[in-house]
Write a protein that binds this ligand. Structure first.
Ligand code: COS
Length: 383
């Protein structure tokens, strides 16, 4: 554990209250306006949410993974847009720096990311490189004066419209696949960097993605993460190992909320002279949802503890992400089913959650990529 038990208990309680009293009541407005108001962003900053996983030396709370997943489960009970606002700074937008940045790079960027003054984003995906991330085509060429020139387009980049720092994977050599990929820290005002229009999405309104276009984008020599070429892909994969565990925890939180909504509706909605929660076919849906959520929560806690103990959790993180994201899809579907026709109506929360949670099976690696990673790791371990 990275902070003492009492401090963590207080933080968790504060986040739980914040979710219940501030975030859940604001969900509908955020979805309608497709934006989180500045007052809520300020409160999230004050709570330290942006810096959960950033070491204390750089201004974060320095939580271990076991603690981080507990907070992610709390945040997951509210509309996913809120978690997304802080999610890149906690995960993919800061962890490359934490894992592989030089001392000077960490000192320069991590305090701003920890406070939320700077929003970080992670630029791996491209129009023609999604699941096959190692096929990315963005190039970085070193100029004689040491500066780098980046060219390429990054797609569906979470929080790019708000970001001040972009962690960009780009090819620095002719070496094929992963070996030729390096990682760069690119500032929002780097010449040659521009943003596409915000994407229109199925759900998660209030969370934003867009293209990041690098057109002769010039960055200084020290923008190369860790000062080493060819390390970018491996760093990105390590960042994703952690990110996948975090997303699995968010899925557990969302499933908890969906069960609460389904139970509450089932207790008040009456048919055939009784609350529908008394009918065994409805009860079966609640029971399956609870058991699957409990299984996912237990998996996430186990994998997080292993990571804190220094184990490589590539396999476990993918197993958690796969199981929890598929699980919350089933739970959301049952929650809609229990609501009947009302579940299809926008005035009930489950309709929005049903759309919101669909993304969890896609980003930070589709279910099919998690299957591939799990099987590969199993075979590797056996060998
Ligand atoms: N941790 C550390 N290193 C890793 C790693 C991990 N989890 N996974 C792979 N690597 C390393 C490998 O060890 C290999 O290194 P060497 O060249 O030194 O042997 C290198 O990275 C290439 O790995 P691999 O050969 O497995 O790469 P592949 O191209 O076959 O594909 C997958 C790897 C499919 C797993 C990867 O492309 C992937 O995760 N795709 C999904 C991308 C994704 O999640 N995108 C979401 C958008 S970002 S939010």
């Amino acid at each position: 554990m990275a902070v003492d038990g009492d401090t963590f208990a207080m933080l968790r309680e504060a986040v739980r209250r914040f979710v219940d009293e501030r975030l859940i009541p604001a969900e509908r407005r955020v979805a309608e306006e497709d934006r989180i108001g500045p007052e809520l962003i300020a409160e999230m900053r004050a709570l330290g949410l942006y810096g959960l996983s950033i070491p204390e030396a750089w201004g974060g709370l320095g939580l271990g993974m076991a603690e981080e997943v507990e907070i992610a489960m709390e945040l997951g009970r509210a509309a996913p847009a809120f978690r997304s606002a802080v999610g890149t700074n906690i995960g993919i937008g800061s962890q490359a720096l934490v894992l592989a940045g030089t001392e000077a790079q960490r000192r320069r960027w991590l305090p701003g990311l920890a406070s939320g003054e700077i929003v970080g984003s992670f630029c791996l995906t491209e129009p023609d490189a999604g699941s096959d991330a190692a096929s990315l085509r963005t190039r970085a060429v070193r100029r004689p004066d040491g500066a780098w020139v980046l060219d390429g387009t990054k797609r569906y980049i979470t929080n790019a419209p708000e970001a001040g720092l972009f962690t960009v994977m780009a090819r620095t050599s002719e070496a094929p696949g992963a070996a030729g990929i390096s990682c760069f820290l690119v500032e929002r005002d780097a010449p040659g960097l521009s943003l596409g229009r915000p994407d229109r999405k199925m759900g998660q309104q209030g969370a934003h993605t867009c293209d990041v276009i690098l057109d002769g984008c010039v960055v200084p020599a020290d923008a190369l993460l860790g000062e080493r070429e060819g390390e970018g892909f491996r760093v990105a994969m390590r960042v994703l190992d952690k990110g996948r565990l975090h997303i699995a925890a968010v899925c557990v939180g969302a499933a908890t909320r969906l069960i609460d909504e389904a139970v509450a509706y089932g207790r008040t909605r009456r048919q055939f002279g009784r609350p529908i929660a008394e009918f065994q076919l409805v009860q079966a849906m609640l029971a399956d949802s609870y058991a699957e959520t409990y299984a996912a929560r237990t998996m996430v806690r186990d994998a997080a503890r292993r990571r804190d103990a220094g184990e490589t959790v590539t396999l476990e993180a993918s197993a958690c992400k796969m199981f929890a994201s598929e699980m919350v899809g089933r739970v959301a579907d049952r929650a809609v089913q229990i609501h009947g026709g009302a579940g299809y109506m926008a005035e009930y929360e489950v309709e929005r959650f049903f759309r919101d949670v669909r993304l969890f099976r896609l980003y930070e690696g589709t279910t099919q990529i998690q299957q591939l990673v799990i099987a590969r790791e199993l075979i590797k371990r056996a060998g």
